[in-house]
Design a protein around this ligand. Structure first.
Ligand SMILES: C[S@@+](CC[C@H](N)C(=O)[O-])C[C@H]1O[C@@H](n2cnc3c(N)ncnc32)[C@H](O)[C@@H]1O
Length: 349
């Protein structure tokens, strides 16, 4: 598959950044069987623009908060790091907006998730073919539980990465509420979702995602370990499992070990170290007394700001409400960074 010369930016951003007068066509390029017009600034201006979107539904996904996060980007930064990547909503947004000039490092404690990203990056066509096969059974409850049971068997580790990634995506699209949930034996245990017509495979988006991931390093691990190698000038966005707003509310069982108050305090310590190292750091979390207390004690230079995100407020996916979330960051917010003609520059590890 031909790689795009430029990532394909989303239309609303492009309209804000480039007035109509600047739409002089430099080239028309053929990508993914679409003709795309590219202007003098190297920006895709075709109405057929497609952008890479998260390929998994992920609890706590940041789609609702993107405008707030984007408004608070540092004016310039080198490499981008996201150590709690989940569905990667902010990463894809930054990629589509052409802000990732120095590449990115994405990581998560969930190895099945990172394997999935790796397969989308390196074996996208084989993955699409396997998902097409799963798709035929997307309303079959017995088939769902059969595929779900694979990780209870000793030969699970011997299945190919493509097979396991296709399983993760298929279960994610067909399970209840798209929830990736593990029990304490590390087995996937979300129940069947009874969807009428779930989207199991979206080849165009998977190709866009694959293109976006070509310059990305992927790592599995605890946030503290993967952040050891970051350098001054790098930007780190941290979106951990949230501090629960009530005893029964927030979901923190993304991994078998959960994410309790001691993890939150350890994370605040790591953020203070990164700030000392000269990195730009931004964290999102729930706006609770505990979160505020943890971050007001962590380091003097940390700013906190409350934003309002539209989120599901109970199990009924249709009922949404506004919840207060806390953003914590260690730099002055100024204008948006300048989008770059996309050529990812090498940065020494
Ligand atoms: C709130 S979700 C991130 C959502 C993501 N921002 C999105 O847009 O989908 C939190 C993520 O943290 C990961 N996680 C949990 N404990 C971790 C740890 N100790 N180190 C690194 N990642 C961890 C989970 O696997 C989960 O993907």
């Amino acid at each position: 598959m031909a790689q795009p010369l430029w990532p394909l930016c989303n239309l609303p951003d492009r309209k804000n950044l480039y007035p109509k007068s600047c739409t002089l066509f430099l080239a028309r390029v053929c990508y993914n069987r679409q003709i795309l017009a590219v202007n003098l600034s190297g920006v895709c201006v075709s109405e057929q623009c497609v952008a890479a979107r998260p390929f998994l539904k992920w609890a706590g996904g940041k789609s609702q908060l993107l405008p707030d996060l984007k408004k608070r980007l540092p004016a310039q930064f080198r490499r981008y790091h996201e150590p709690f990547v989940g569905g990667g909503a902010f990463f894809f947004h930054l990629w589509n907006s052409r802000f990732l000039r120095y590449g990115a490092v994405l990581s998560d404690f969930n190895s099945e998730l990172i394997d999935c990203y790796e397969v989308v990056r390196d074996h996208v066509d084989a993955l699409i073919a396997r998902l097409q096969q799963h798709k035929r059974h997307c309303q079959d409850k017995d088939y769902f539980y059969e595929v779900r049971s694979w990780d209870r068997r000793p030969d699970f580790a011997e299945r190919s990465k493509v097979e396991r990634a296709a399983r993760t995506i298929f279960l994610n699209r067909t399970c209840y509420n798209g929830l990736y949930r593990l029990n304490n034996k590390r087995q996937f245990n979300a129940p069947f979702g009874h969807y009428k017509n779930p989207l199991i495979v979206d080849p165009d988006n998977l190709h866009e995602v694959s293109a976006a991931l070509q310059h990305v390093q992927l790592r599995v691990g605890d946030f503290a370990d993967v952040l050891n190698h970051v350098a001054a000038g790098d930007f780190i966005y941290l979106d951990p499992p949230y501090v629960p707003v009530s005893a029964t509310s927030s979901f923190t069982h993304y991994t078998h070990q959960g994410f309790g108050e001691q993890h939150q305090r350890r994370l605040a310590g790591v953020i203070a170290e990164l700030a000392d190292r000269g990195c730009f750091v931004m964290l999102s979390n729930s706006d609770t007394e505990i979160t505020r207390a943890i971050y007001s004690q962590a380091a003097a230079e940390l700013r906190t700001e409350t934003v309002h995100a539209s989120r599901k407020i109970n199990c009924d996916g249709k009922k949404r409400g506004f919840v207060e979330e806390l953003l914590v960051y260690n730099y002055e917010v100024s204008d948006l960074p300048t989008p770059q003609v996309h050529r990812v520059l090498a940065v020494a590890d």
